[in-house]
Write a protein that binds this ligand. Structure first.
Ligand code: 2IP
Ligand code: CA
Ligand code: CA
Length: 380
């Protein structure tokens, strides 16, 4: 299944090209922003934006995976629906066609006849991206495509993507918000158990090239399956927790009770607020924070699947917070509290069927997870 990993890295890079292109073309970007309505609305936001970039990216990934792995066709899910309404109020189903010309023609109908914009997008969709160097050659992954499903978040942290504030990132420092929080997330899970087994994260806006001032991206990947645990990121060294306390990243909208309870295990100034669910889990992967705690049901399977696979490969994971708080204090962590990705909540509708209902904790070290659960017990 190293083929699947290579393919996902390639489509992730194509996705990043589309995301960059859509921001580059200012008039196009304005045109693309559309409000979500009805059951697909993430109830957390008064206004939640759905961009054509999102829809196009998701359909492109779905198309490319389906071509190479037809067995996966019915199991490629994503955040977005592929229905898009153009300026004339017409509904268009966005799909990737067999040729660049056909795709351009279809996109022009969404873009109210803007041929230039449609052609630019179609070119990015059909173009082979720059080669991504990863040493996956010797990698044998014992999985069959017919056993797997995929979750795609074409752009996570859409609000940061739309705001577009630029930060100059520094190694080892967490930057809470900005364009770098926007991530393409592609996660692979086992259909039988829902375990996340492979993840690709592409950060389209990692740094600006000093020569041409164009954005350059960065990618991260991981595989966790049986005894195989490989990640593009190395396991960060564990800091001496006793001296400094844990650092925990939170959503700025997190409950006061959670913040207060965590101060007992966190060092001073070690509660950090940052944007983007995917970005916060990435901070844990990179060792910029020890954990990400979320008590609300405001994330979805497409937000956590890809980064969850990377954390597992590093020896950590993502647990359901509500479930973990109900467990008895046996000391050992119950594997059944880890989030799974195969079953919808049948009592909910629309996007809500796939919410991470119990909230979550993303962690690298299970003893740190225990400290956090201990601190939160009885406080929520
Ligand atoms: C959002 C996005 C938000 C996050 C929310 C996600 O996904 O990652 O930033 O909220 O939970 O569902 P917060 O930043 O407060 O953690 P999207 O941008 O794809 O809608
Ligand atoms: Ca998201
Ligand atoms: Ca999204």
């Amino acid at each position: 299944m190293a083929d699947l990993l290579r393919l996902l890295l390639r489509v992730g890079e194509k996705a990043a090209n589309v995301a960059r292109l859509c921001r580059q073309e200012a008039p196009l970007f304005q045109l693309l922003v559309q409000e979500k309505t009805g059951e697909d609305k993430n109830k957390k936001f008064v206004q939640d934006f759905k961009t054509l970039a999102d829809v196009v990216i998701q359909e492109m990934i779905r198309h490319d995976v389906r071509v190479q792995f037809p067995e996966m066709a019915g199991f490629i899910h994503g955040e977005e629906s592929n229905m898009f309404e153009n300026g004339l109020g017409e509904s268009v189903t966005v799909t990737v066609c067999a040729t660049e010309e056909e795709t351009a023609k279809l996109l022009a109908t969404v873009l109210d006849g803007d041929q230039t914009a449609a052609s630019l997008l179609a070119r990015a969709i059909h173009q082979d991206p720059a080669t991504i160097e990863v040493s996956t050659d010797s990698l044998t992954i014992p999985l069959k495509p017919s056993e797997l499903g995929i979750w795609i978040d074409p752009i996570d942290a859409t609000s940061q993507y739309i705001k577009g504030r630029e930060e100059v990132l520094e190694e080892g420092r967490l930057f809470p918000s900005g364009l770098h929080c926007a991530l393409v997330l592609i996660g692979v899970y086992l259909r039988s158990t829902g375990e996340p087994v492979m993840g690709v994260i592409n950060q389209p806006f990692n740094n600006k090239d000093s020569a041409d001032r164009g954005w350059r991206g960065k990618h991260y990947w991981g595989v966790s399956c049986g005894s195989i645990n490989i990640c593009s990121e190395s396991r960060p060294r564990n800091r001496s927790e006793g001296q400094r306390g844990l650092s925990v990243v939170l959503s700025s909208s997190e409950k006061q009770a959670v913040k207060e309870a965590l101060t007992s295990v966190c060092g001073p100034d070690k509660l950090i607020y940052a944007s983007g669910a995917g970005h916060k889990i990435l901070c844990v992967i990179q060792g910029l924070a020890d954990a990400y705690v979320l008590s609300e049901e405001s994330t979805f399977k497409w937000d956590s699947c890809a980064p969850h696979a990377l954390l597992r490969a590093l020896g950590g994971g993502v647990v359901d917070l509500a479930m973990s708080l109900q467990q008895s204090d046996s000391g050992a962590q119950d594997p059944s509290t880890e989030l799974t990705y195969h079953l919808p909540r049948t009592d909910r509708k629309g996007a809500e069927r796939w919410a991470n209902h119990g909230g979550l904790v993303a962690y690298r070290d299970s003893s740190q997870l225990r400290s956090i659960i201990g601190a939160l017990k009885g406080k929520l």
